[in-house]
Design a protein around this ligand. Sequence first.
Ligand code: S3P
Length: 173
Amino acid sequence: MPDNIILIGFMGVGKGRTARCLAEKTGCYTVDTDDLIETMVKKKIRLIFKKQGEYVFRQLEQRTADWLADQVSATIVSTGGGFFKVKNISSLGKVVYLHSSVEAILTSIQSHSKAKKKIKKRPLLKDLEKARALYQERLPLYRAAADFEINVENREIESIADEIIGLTKVGRV
Ligand code: S3P
């Protein structure tokens, strides 16, 4: 199995920021699955959803997972909130679920200085009631897909990254 760390969790929970902090602390590379998809198809996620629909986006996530499995090792991978559903998630590396309550996630996004932009780029966050329902539906699935779960609510990124390093032994010989 590749020695990657795969960060999964709901939209806005801080997967990207945590991945960048982990990369800095460990010297590993980091990639983000949404960024890989946008580069691959030269289109923003928002437009893929709008023009081609969610089904096509999920197929692109699977293609990205297949590429990661073949090509990527010793890397911190941050993922889109639904990426954990790819068929081969458990073979990509150690899967770490970043957990927070849905209300804390939504409050943090809404109070962000770039709240509008953050919501605009995430089609599944536009309707808050639907977002809450999606969170409830996914919570047990995130837990089932994960090797480790970390509670990230109201915590500094540094301390979250240190906990992940301790749990997964990433960056140690
Ligand atoms: C999605 C989460 C988004 C992005 C897409 C779909 C989801 O990524 O992949 O809008 O299904 O939860 P973030 O989790 O980085 O917001």
